[in-house]
Design a protein around this ligand. Structure first.
Ligand code: MSP
Length: 512
């Protein structure tokens, strides 16, 4: 297995403030980063902002700001949301930073040296919202096939990248690396797109200037997608790499993206890398889109789900849990307050919250909070232990294929089993019979031990709640790098540990 893990999110346009779609990818990346750190891998998690291009320039004009002023404001909004969401990114790259500009220039020079860039004239359609070129035949009813907005006719001198030259190599790579594009439906989409033939790609614009100049080509600024995709290596210090990060972490384990930006990542980016002679990322995973209460989110409807508002109302960890539990990562899903409230009450308050509060309550009431080693075993103890071990294995295999909801449903099976273990063992009856003290201590040891392991299991998803559980369970060392190696063995709970009662971790919401 690799000892390093590099995970990225798209870098977000700074034309506007963040919404749930941005929060979703960044959260998924955070879960992976946290999980692989727990496993002891050296992790690098990069996110950032995409600040050049026509879309940002126009948004700034509308607001009467310079593009850089707008970028500064909105980049800060992204940073603020990530800190509110407990996002553990290792760096935040902005495409207006000198380290990035240098990397783009160098990367372009490599493509030019490879003989892959030539001057021509672009005459076709452009969607400013998606910053994407379309041919007449790709349009749908004369509009952008991706976002359905009006497109603009562009006719201007432009440098082109010889995308067509890389068609066969890309097909070969796809054939020999079926995991390169995930899920399968996206792989098939890209394979058939590439097989239909790749046209050379316009990579410079001359009708505006908010971007990275093309080397030695006055008046040409780099197409914003060439600029943006380069963040995945500029963020590692490419090409100077005095930090050693690029050497350590490239190629990325996975680029997490939304399905709307698949073609840029799965076709353009690999071809640019091939041209520049750099290795390709190991995987690209495209997730689905959220609707809000059944409706597509849009500016005109003004119905973007605001992560701040949900977190302020329902708490951060319920929000983090819901986003990854409700919908399989590759599919579209609907954000609904009823569904969110349902998950909070059923999964968080009833299942997990209740397991913690009843166990801590009984520990306190029956054993003064003090853990004793298990002495009187019964068969159902072994079942609980076996389930714990199985759950760690399931978490690992689910996260290796980005099946966040499957990982959570396995963890919840374990939580439910622990609740049933308590029901069946009935500590309240054991307590009434002093000859059963040994069994009472054993049962509560196992329930507490299950909770200790559950704290580790849920940590990548709900780090704040997991840490709170950890403290209540009397654990002194923090949940941190290598915790899975060091502390995930059943039986690691020490005799003499003091368990603290506390307020409910996930308060039940009153039904509307
Ligand atoms: N700047 C480009 C990415 C460059 S990466 C080299 C970009 N930015 S974006 O801000 O428009 O979008 C970023 C991400 O948000 C995309 O992955 C997109 O899929 C995601 N989402 C935007 N709306 C969404 C939903 N309604 N639901 C889920 N994700 C969505 O594209």
């Amino acid at each position: 297995m690799n000892s390093t893990y590099y995970v990225t999110t798209p870098i977000y346009y700074v034309n506007d403030v963040p919404h749930i779609g941005h929060a979703y990818t960044t959260l998924a990346a955070d879960v992976l980063a946290r999980y692989y750190r727990l496993k002891g891998l050296e992790v690098f998690f990069l996110t950032g902002t995409d600040e050049h291009g026509q879309k940002v320039q126009r948004a700034a004009q509308v607001k009467g700001l310079s593009p850089k002023e707008l970028a500064d404001q909105n980049a800060q909004h992204f940073r603020d949301l990530w800190s509110k969401m407990n996002i553990s990114c290792d760096d935040f790259i902005r495409t207006t930073e000198p380290r990035h500009l240098n990397a783009v220039t160098y990367f372009l020079e490599r493509m030019i040296t490879a003989g892959d860039v030539y001057l021509g004239e672009y005459e076709d359609w452009y969607c400013v919202h998606d910053e994407t070129f379309y041919t007449e035949s790709q349009l749908q009813d004369g509009r952008c096939p991706m976002c359905n907005r009006p497109v603009e006719k562009v006719k201007e001198p432009s440098y082109f990248f010889r995308l067509g030259k890389y068609q066969d190599r890309l097909i070969q790579h796809l054939e020999s690396h079926p995991e390169f594009i995930q899920p399968d439906i996206r792989f098939n989409e890209i394979m058939s797109f590439v097989k239909r033939g790749l046209r050379d790609l316009s990579i410079s614009r001359t009708t505006f200037d908010w971007g990275v100049p093309i080397p030695e080509a006055p008046g040409h600024v780099t197409y914003v997608w060439v600029d943006a995709l380069t963040n995945y290596i500029s963020g590692l210090g490419y090409p100077g790499d005095t930090s050693g990060r690029y050497q350590t972490f490239w190629p990325a384990q996975v680029h997490l993206i939304g399905k709307d930006i698949l073609r840029h990542h799965a076709v353009y980016w690999p071809c640019f890398l091939l041209s520049a002679g750099l290795p390709l990322p190991r995987a690209i995973f495209a997730h689905g889109w959220w609707t809000n209460e059944g409706e597509k989110m849009s500016k005109s409807l003004g119905n973007f789900v605001d992560p701040h508002q949900i977190i302020d109302t329902y708490g951060l960890d319920p929000f983090r849990y819901f986003l990854l539990r409700e919908v399989p990562f590759g599919l579209d899903g609907d954000f609904s307050i009823t569904a969110l409230r349902g998950r909070i009450n059923a999964d968080l308050a009833n299942d997990l919250g209740n397991l913690l509060s009843r166990t801590a309550g009984m520990m306190d009431k029956y054993l003064n909070g003090r853990v004793s080693s298990p002495r009187e075993a019964e068969g159902l103890d072994d079942d609980l232990r076996a389930k714990a071990e199985k759950t760690f294995a399931e978490l690992d295999s689910a996260l290796s294929i980005f099946a966040f909801n499957r990982a959570l449903s396995s963890i919840w099976e374990f939580i439910n089993m622990a609740n049933k273990y308590i029901d069946k063992s009935a500590p309240w009856s054991l307590f009434k019979d002093s000859s059963k003290k040994g069994r009472l201590q054993t049962v509560l040891y196992h329930a507490t031990e299950a909770l200790r392991l559950i704290a580790i299991l849920v940590y990548p998803f709900m780090p704040g709640s997991a840490e709170e559980m950890w403290i209540r369970l009397g654990q002194e060392e923090k949940i941190t790098a290598r915790t899975i190696d060091k502390s995930s063995k059943w039986g690691g709970l020490k005799s003499g540990t003091i368990i603290k009662k506390g307020t409910s971790l996930f308060p039940r919401l009153i039904e509307d």
